[in-house]
Design a protein around this ligand. Structure first.
Ligand code: PAF
Length: 277
């Protein structure tokens, strides 16, 4: 079986965990590195998106990757912009889809191309991009693509900040403020553990905790159904606490999956974070 890890490069430990999962489960591992212009809005960071091909190739070699595919824009988009795109209804309306119009059409279009080029495979994506994962899963099902979409744990820095290539943009003050995003989400989880079942109360508390930090500005805070990403009137079942926050000019996202089963609350914070005490 072929394992594919689609990336935009500037590979970090989170990407490496995807490569390791693919290496563990597949006979041939392909990493794609392509900064996809179609998924960036007009005022976003396409031009300054961090790149380090030499570092990426070393990371791929260290993880035992067989093939690194680094197409040019012209190779993936012989005519730009493409007249044919892929759009997933519904799941792309909320959260990052609302804040970044057209973003997911860019993602699903390029991922469809990569899947068409690579063919039957298992494709590995991080749960940090929880909405992206849900959208790509739905796309693969709707289009009968011969690809099994595999979600892998979100990976955090030891202080809790979710690993992201965009963390490279943060200056020292922003970097020390950024873990407070995860801190605010954890306070939201603690409210649910403490018995709160009103999603609006949890959202308000997380947003207020983030608003206290001068370096941070909330883009959105949501507690939604994990499958449909739709809003909830009462917390129950499988849910996602998802946030997007501007840290200076840099937009960071994070999420924690929470399920309520009877009176038990189970949360998935991801890996790598070392809780204090
Ligand atoms: O998650 C990413 O890095 C990108 O959105 C992806 C899936 C490689 C598509 O360009």
């Amino acid at each position: 079986m072929v394992g594919v890890v689609p990336t935009m490069g500037f590979l970090h430990v989170g990407h490496r965990s995807l490569m390791a999962a693919a290496r563990n489960e597949c006979g041939l591992v392909v990493v794609t590195i392509f900064v996809n212009p179609l998924q960036f809005g007009p005022n976003e960071d396409l031009d300054r998106y961090p790149r380090d091909l030499d570092g990426d190739l070393s990371a791929c070699a260290a993880e035992g990757v067989d093939i690194v595919f680094t197409p040019s824009v012209h190779e993936l988009y012989p005519m730009y912009p493409p007249a044919t795109t892929v759009h997933v209804e519904g799941l792309t309306d909320s959260l990052c889809g609302f804040s970044r119009p057209g973003h997911f059409d860019g993602v699903t279009t390029v991922v469809t191309k990569l899947f068409a080029i690579i063919g039957e495979s298992r494709a590995y994506f991080g749960r940090k991009d929880a909405q992206q994962l849900a959208v790509i899963r739905r796309m693969a099902t709707d289009l009968c693509l011969p690809v099994t979409v595999v979600g892998c744990p979100l990976v955090r820095e030891a202080d809790g900040l979710a690993k992201s290539s965009r963390n490279a943009y943060l200056d020292a003050d922003q970097r020390s403020a950024a873990p407070r995003i995860f801190g605010a989400i954890r306070e939201g989880v603690a409210m649910i553990v403490g018995g709160t079942r009103d999603p609006h109360a949890v959202v308000a508390s997380i947003a207020a905790a983030i608003a206290e930090i001068p370096e941070l500005r909330v883009d959105y805070v949501a507690v939604c159904d994990a499958a449909s990403l739709g809003s909830l009137e009462r917390l129950d079942g499988e849910m996602l606490i998802a946030v997007a926050v501007f840290c200076g000019p840099t937009r960071l996202i994070d999420n924690v999956a929470v399920s309520i089963v009877g009176s038990e609350v189970i949360s998935d914070f991801g890996s790598g974070w070392v809780p204090e005490g």
